[in-house]
Design a protein around this ligand. Structure first.
Ligand SMILES: NC(=O)c1ccc[n+]([C@@H]2O[C@H](COP(=O)([O-])OP(=O)(O)OC[C@H]3O[C@@H](n4cnc5c(N)ncnc54)[C@H](O)[C@@H]3O)[C@@H](O)[C@H]2O)c1
Length: 283
């Protein structure tokens, strides 16, 4: 199925980026948010990210205009056109919220449309029970979406091969690299990344080294662009804890137990960059 009309639900960090890339490659994109001010914030962010791409000479000012012309902002799910062929959901990481959105859309939107979720950790197979399991799939974009190459494509238990093929093709059309992953807790990216961050927090808790030096060992010795504790601050310590709990509950394996220090910092409201303090302090 050749898809032309897409709706992205949620215009936060990820939704704005997803809207940007689809619109850049000529897709008609409806951006659905809850309030006018959130739509305005999303459009402002999209313009800023397109300006950055112009500065880096990745796109021309004309392409920016064309991209913006492909975006139709709407308030509320009821304004999403019935004939939409692909829904990409990027609302907050909350199972009940996501399920309720998919259930509502399932009753209204073109029965041939594919439903995709950008969830970082919620089971695609569980979300797929909202109504059309064979046409349900995970599209896990990375942050920042216009820059990052990978899209993890997660097949739920009932996702059809046709759905997978269509989404794989779409991902190639927006010049990203699709990687097929089956639906297990944390998929691949977070199953590898989060225990790595969690282990760095255990090392800090045990006094093996300091925050700066744990990061320096990983940067200078393993050639990562940033250390795990800096990365945790950027992602949000609450998000890291939440994903560790998904891994721990999903596999029932003690190797995924969240570090008590991580739990304590989240309880203290030290969530990283967004709260002004995590492993480092921010202005
Ligand atoms: N931030 C990341 O680095 C990252 C990376 C990969 C995946 N994800 C996943 O992407 C999803 C979104 O994360 P985010 O960081 O963009 O969150 P965010 O908080 O920046 O944005 C969520 C947006 O959803 C909107 N929203 C909530 N309910 C809505 C509704 N009923 N209708 C329309 N809009 C609604 C909110 O107003 C908000 O703007 C989550 O599932 C997250 O796990 C995040």
């Amino acid at each position: 199925m050749a898809i032309k009309n897409i709706a992205v639900i949620g215009g936060g960090t990820m939704g704005s980026g997803i809207v940007t890339v689809f619109a850049m490659y000529g897709f008609q994109v409806t951006l659905a948010e809850m309030k006018t001010e959130f739509v305005q914030r999303a459009l402002f962010g999209i313009e800023k990210s397109l300006d950055k791409l112009i500065q880096k000479e990745k796109i021309t000012p004309l392409r920016k205009e064309e991209t913006l012309n492909n975006i139709v902002p709407v308030i509320g799910l009821t304004s999403i056109p019935v004939e939409t062929e692909l829904i990409v959901e990027a609302v907050n990481e909350n199972r009940e919220l996501k399920l309720s959105i998919f259930k509502e859309l399932n009753g209204r939107i073109n029965p041939k449309a594919i439903f995709a979720s950008n969830t970082s950790s919620i089971s695609i197979t569980e979300l797929a029970q909202s109504g059309r399991p064979d046409k349900f799939i995970g599209m896990h974009f990375m942050n920042p979406v216009p820059v990052m190459q990978l899209v993890e494509i997660i097949k739920g238990y009932q996702t059809s091969q046709e759905t997978y093929n269509t989404i794989k093709e779409m991902t190639i059309k927006i010049e990203k690299t699709p990687i097929e992953v089956n639906d297990y807790p944390g998929f691949i990216s977070n199953r590898v990344l989060m225990p790595f961050i969690n282990e760095a927090v255990f090392a800090l808790m045990e006094g093996v080294s300091t925050v700066e030096d744990i990061d320096n060992v990983v940067k200078l010795g393993l050639n990562h662009p940033m250390g795990p504790l800096t990365l945790a601050d950027f992602i949000g310590l609450d998000v890291c804890l939440n994903i560790m709990e998904v891994l721990y509950n999903g596999f029932q394996d003690s190797k995924y137990r969240p570090s008590p220090l991580l739990k304590k910092m989240v309880a203290a409201g030290k969530l990283g960059k967004k709260s002004g303090e995590g492993f480092y302090k921010y202005n």
